[in-house]
Design a protein around this ligand. Structure first.
Ligand SMILES: [Zn+2]
Ligand SMILES: [Zn+2]
Length: 512
């Protein structure tokens, strides 16, 4: 439809995704933007550039959000307050940091947001030295692996001493840091990388990696062997820098984790020992809907065709993922150009970091759970958000019937087996199994994922089939994150991936 109102060059540009080089106006905007970021923001009347800048900035804000809120199952509610504080920061507070000047101790950071974070860590994290009594269980790693022979005698102490090599407050004193140095060395380099990546987000540079390509030409097939082949075949602006790669994969891991399992060119297959026979059955049903044959449809009345109903992806226990820029979620529709999606975020924290959308709609007979509907994201995607528990809505038969050809559940680091959150899932799990719809699940680390699997096994042994054998997610975030309540606890978004489904019993004819 837009084709009728755009010039030939623009159509060309649109069909390849909006490329910088496509139109003289675009290249003008881009070259100006590269040369002077702040000048164009203040003075340029061009709508396009402002829009792009706004998108990039919202990406950054959201990224900095997830850095505090996405890390731990426990940390969630705590970090809310620091998050809103960060958001209120005006843009002038950002200092332009150069690529070779990204490392700063958190407490002396040029960015006020990071200094605030340092203060939060110092107030809430405890020294991990074995001589202290443990106050809380680590969220994402095995507590037994860090236990030593020493009997804890000292009371817990807050982390006030910053390691000079990674710049994050970790120990109560220099002596404890020296004493425990060998163990800290295992994560020190990764934490330093996190430090630099966080400063990069606040550096004020322009982020070309957050410009996402539009629809894909039918003639080009995507290759999902790994991140590199995917980004290349999806015509992302060349991302040659490891740091840019880490920043962008941290966002794209959410749609890609779903897409990489459901797509017919999925890297998970029977041959590679990840997908099981039961998995193939379930995924094939969904692929039938997601890859319909071409029907010769067009933009005019003659080209109208009946379309299959949307594929519903239920994202349960949604947190940071529900506030990702919509461009990121739209990448899913570009992977399946002939399918329609309805993404449904459900969970008490699904409106975190979406302050501009408050107040929530009233609960009416027509919208009994107060869902927030975003249906103008393009012809093939709708996003609905419910601030409620899935088990409440399930009991009210709100989404029934479920259909294995049209529905899929996605649980991003649900913490099924985490002592602080497993009680919230207890009622949901049997309901999910009852639907016989595939359930995809991710974990922050191998240990986190295995704890979830163990819990499902304890609760519902023999009631489910494994669809996807647990293992590392090919499309995990390449960026590592800190848990602000336990900075030694390093994890990454969607590190592990597995899938299961309620067992289906075949009806066998009885011998007479
Ligand atoms: Zn200590
Ligand atoms: Zn260190």
């Amino acid at each position: 439809m837009t084709g009728d109102y755009a010039c030939g060059r623009c159509i060309q540009a649109l069909s390849h995704g909006i490329r910088a080089q496509g139109h003289p106006a675009w290249s003008r905007v881009l070259s100006k933007r590269r040369s002077n970021f702040s000048a164009i923001y203040n003075s340029s009347p061009r709508h396009n550039s402002r829009l792009l800048l706004k998108n990039a900035q919202s990406s950054i804000q959201r990224l900095s959000f997830s850095s505090t809120a996405n890390v731990s199952h426990k940390a969630r509610s705590f970090s809310q307050s620091t998050v809103s504080g960060q958001q209120a920061q005006p843009d002038e507070s950002r200092v332009l940091l150069k690529r070779d000047n990204l490392f700063h101790p958190f407490s002396k950071s040029p960015s006020p947001a990071i200094r605030k974070r340092a203060a939060f860590i110092q107030q809430n994290a405890f020294c991990p030295h074995p001589s202290h009594q443990q106050t809380r269980l680590p969220a994402n790693h095995d507590p037994e692996s860090t236990q030593s022979q020493q009997t804890p005698t000292n009371p817990p102490a807050h982390a006030h001493f910053e390691c000079p090599d990674c710049g994050v407050p970790l120990y109560c004193s220099e002596e404890h840091w020296v004493d425990d140095f060998e163990r800290h060395l295992e994560v020190c380099e990764t934490i330093r990388q996190i430090n630099e990546d966080d400063h990069d987000l606040h550096s004020g540079r322009f982020f070309p990696e957050f410009t996402y390509p539009g629809p894909q030409d039918d003639n080009f097939v995507i290759n999902m062997t790994n991140w590199d082949t995917f980004l290349y075949t999806r015509e992302f602006e060349a991302i040659n820098d490891d740091r840019s790669m880490r920043q962008v994969t941290r966002m794209l891991t959410y749609p890609l984790t779903i897409g990489s399992v459901l797509h017919e060119l999925s890297p998970y297959s029977l041959r590679k020992d990840r997908l099981t026979v039961e998995g193939l059955k379930s995924i094939s049903a969904l692929r039938y809907t997601l890859h319909p044959p071409k029907t010769g449809e067009g933009v005019d009345i003659k080209g109208l065709r009946l379309k299959a109903p949307p594929v519903r992806i239920f994202v349960l226990g949604a947190r940071a993922e529900s506030s990702l820029p919509r461009d990121v979620w739209l990448q899913l529709t570009h992977m399946f150009p002939r399918a329609i999606f309805n993404i449904i975020f459900i969970g008490p924290e699904s409106m975190a970091n979406r302050d501009s959308e408050f107040p929530l709609p009233e609960r009416t007979p027509g919208n009994p759970f107060g869902g927030i509907v975003e249906d103008r994201l393009g012809p093939s995607m709708k996003i609905t958000t419910y601030v409620d528990y899935f088990h409440t809505m399930y009991k009210a038969q709100y989404f029934q019937p479920f259909d294995p050809y049209f529905d899929c559940f996605m649980l991003f680091h649900p913490g099924l087996g985490h002592p602080a959150s497993s009680h919230e899932w207890e009622e949901t799990l049997p309901q999910l199994l009852e639907t016989k719809v595939p359930i995809l699940c991710t974990g922050y680390t191998q240990w986190d994922m295995e704890r979830d699997i163990k819990w499902v096994n304890e609760k519902c042994a023999g009631e489910f089939d494994m669809l996807l054998e647990p293992g590392e997610n090919i499309f995990r975030s390449l960026r590592w994150d800190l848990n602000d309540l336990d900075p030694q606890d390093v994890s990454c978004g969607n590190w592990g991936l597995w899938g299961f489904r309620g067992k289906r019993y075949e009806a066998l004819p009885t011998d007479s």
